[in-house]
Structures are given as C-alpha cells and as structure tokens.
Design a protein around this ligand. Sequence first.
Ligand SMILES: CC(C)(COP(=O)(O)OP(=O)(O)OC[C@H]1O[C@@H](n2cnc3c(N)ncnc32)[C@H](O)[C@@H]1OP(=O)(O)O)[C@@H](O)C(=O)NCCC(=O)NCCS
Length: 175
Amino acid sequence: MDQVKVEKMTTDDVDEVFQIEELIHPEHHWSKDSFYNELANKLASYYCVKDNSGKILAYIGFWKIIDEAHITSLAVHPDYRKKQLAQVLLIQAVNDCYKDMIKYITLEVRESNVPAIKLYEKFLFDSIGKRKNYYQDNGENAIIMFTQNIWYDTFKNNFKNLSDSINKVSVSYDK
Ligand SMILES: CC(C)(COP(=O)(O)OP(=O)(O)OC[C@H]1O[C@@H](n2cnc3c(N)ncnc32)[C@H](O)[C@@H]1OP(=O)(O)O)[C@@H](O)C(=O)NCCC(=O)NCCS
C-alpha cells in the first residue's frame, strides 16, 4: 500500500467526497447538504483516507449514541478497492469507539452487497435480522448487522489481528 493518512472529514472535503458518492451511487447518492449536515452534527464522526497528495480515496461516517455506534456511510473510490482502505477506516472507527466507551457497532447493508457483508464479517459483525424493502430506489432488503460487545476478548483479539495485519508504515491514523 502506498502511504495514506486518515483524517477527520471537514467541509473542505465535501466536494471531493460528493464526486466519489456520485460515481458509486449514480441514482441514489447523498446530497452535498447531507454531508454538511452530518459534519455539523455533534453525534457524527466522519473520516477520509487521503494519499500523499491529499486526494481522497475513501471515507466513513458513523454516529455515536450513548454506548452504540451506527455506521451511516462507508465508500472506497472504485480505482482504489482491495487495498485494505475499508479496513483502515473501520480500524479508525473502532478505535474511536473504544475511546468513547462504545459497546456495540451496528449498520444496515444491502442484501446483495457481498463485498461489504464479507468486510463486516471479517470484523465479526453478525447478521441479526432484515429490514424489508428498506432501500427506496429498488425496494431491496437491508441486512442489519451488529458486533458483539467490542470489549469482549473475541472481538478485541480479532480486531488486534486485523490492525496488526495492516502495514503501519504506510498508514497514519487520526489521533
Ligand atoms: C465494500 C467496500 C467498502 C470494500 O472496500 P475495499 O477497500 O475494497 O475493502 P478492503 O480491501 O479493505 O477489503 C477488506 C475485506 O472486505 C471484503 N471484500 C472487499 N471487497 C470484496 C469483494 N469484491 N468480494 C468479496 N469480499 C470483498 C473481504 O473480506 C476483504 O478482506 P480480504 O482482502 O482479506 O479478502 C468497497 O467495495 C465499496 O466502497 N463499495 C461500494 C460502497 C459500499 O458498498 N459501501 C458499504 C455500504 S454498507
């Protein structure tokens, strides 16, 4: 992996993030205003992965409410997939959750989205149910995924192994 850094998303990043959003989801993407609103929301945390030149390659967003985090958005630019960037973002998010004493992380994912489901399973998210016809564009079902308590040894040991498997020289995380 080339050198990348994880940084908090700022309003200056929104135009570039929006370009990726439009590229990935031509018909059902978030608006720029959705991102601005999220960045202004104290419950929300958003991070980007950037390369050496500052180009945005990937981003994640999540809400932390009491002891639960909800991942709202995760995307990697199509030209930069399968380079562990989604894993880097999840590692940043989980470490953030540890800092804020979060216990559980949850999300919804399209039933057909095998790459994302496999990614979350790698982080020990389990499917716990479905939301029928959740997605308005095509009526697709959402799978609801949840971690076990992230402070349990099974989760922590797996998370440590995943974190160790990323080349630390190549990645700098947001403190
Ligand atoms: C899903 C997505 C975020 C993965 O990003 P990525 O940076 O390519 O993923 P990584 O390289 O970090 O891969 C981590 C793991 O995810 C899974 N994965 C990623 N791409 C996969 C694919 N095409 N097929 C199957 N599993 C895949 C694998 O388990 C992989 O681990 P491995 O390399 O040991 O097999 C990316 O494909 C994407 O942006 N998709 C469109 C947006 C989206 O679906 N977001 C999730 C919404 S819930």
